[in-house]
Design a protein around this ligand. Sequence first.
Ligand SMILES: Cc1cc2nc3c(=O)[nH]c(=O)nc-3n(C[C@H](O)[C@H](O)[C@H](O)COP(=O)(O)OP(=O)(O)OC[C@H]3O[C@@H](n4cnc5c(N)ncnc54)[C@H](O)[C@@H]3O)c2cc1C
Length: 308
Amino acid sequence: MENLETEKFDYVVIGAGCAGLASAQYAARGGLSVLVLDVAGAGGQVLQISELENYPGVFPAVDGATYMMTMQKQAEAFGAKVIQAQVLSIDKTGGSFMIKTKKAAYEATCLCLATGAIHRNLEVPGEKEFSGRGVSYCATCDGPFFRNKKIVVVGGGDSACSEAIYLSTLSSDVSIIHRRNKFRAQQAVIDKMLAAGVKPVYDSVVKEIKGGAKVESVIVENVKTGEQTELTTDAVFIFTGMLPQTDLVDMLPKDPAGYILTDENMETSVPGLFAAGDVRSKPFRQVVTAVSDGAIAAHIASERIRNA
Ligand SMILES: Cc1cc2nc3c(=O)[nH]c(=O)nc-3n(C[C@H](O)[C@H](O)[C@H](O)COP(=O)(O)OP(=O)(O)OC[C@H]3O[C@@H](n4cnc5c(N)ncnc54)[C@H](O)[C@@H]3O)c2cc1C
């Protein structure tokens, strides 16, 4: 990278998902100079939510894209700057952090890592081959292509069950394949999904995705009996867990699943370096907990900077 002048900010946030934008809004409203960097532009995972119906005070439900657009406008209205760029490295030199993208370098007194998580692959034959040809990880993005078609959802947590509910509004033939005999999602979500007519296939895993030009079937194995059956389908939506995005901070202590450990102030083992949202080790990953993390990190960073 050529030698570029370094722009200085009080608080730099990496990731403009709901954790990052909430943190930016609180920090900017508190009087800090704030920069948010996101490789994909603002939005994060919330863009995949067709109906955000469980965020307190947002009622009736809104779609994720509308919610995130409002959040970005709100952060910018308080003075935060949002730039689309991938952060390639962060370093601590002296009392401040150096953040590098391909085209620029930034210095920050405090830094918040809100890089979230990305979907986990199923790692079965046919998954890569049919990606974009019936295999999808985003119901909001791809669901409408499978209106009135046969749909299989794989997973058993909140994301899988919520997305199965959405897909059931497009097709009356939605099955959900889960490796256990009980879903992990919140009970209200499970009840709504079953009431919507989504057909559960318990104790089962997908062993292979088959087809020609596009997906035509999945091979399903019962984990208790070992019996394999072929289920015809036009689409396979995979929601089998997330991978925290922690490449920038290899050196930080993490939990066994790879999520960053913080204290209750969202501060990592490096003073002034905060982590917020899904990238952080915690029991419950939702919009409401991500924005809460972001607000706490911004509040503590503001205090730190004011009292320095
Ligand atoms: C399909 C689905 C449905 C869901 N439904 C609900 C729901 O109904 N209700 C609910 O409360 N929650 C729901 N969730 C969970 C919720 O969306 C997440 O908990 C929340 O969005 C996490 O926000 P975050 O800001 O921590 O991370 P993310 O949303 O993952 O944002 C992280 C951002 O960081 C950026 N980034 C990563 N690395 C870099 C880098 N090196 N440089 C620059 N930018 C980077 C990414 O581009 C991304 O925009 C759902 C999730 C999914 C996937």
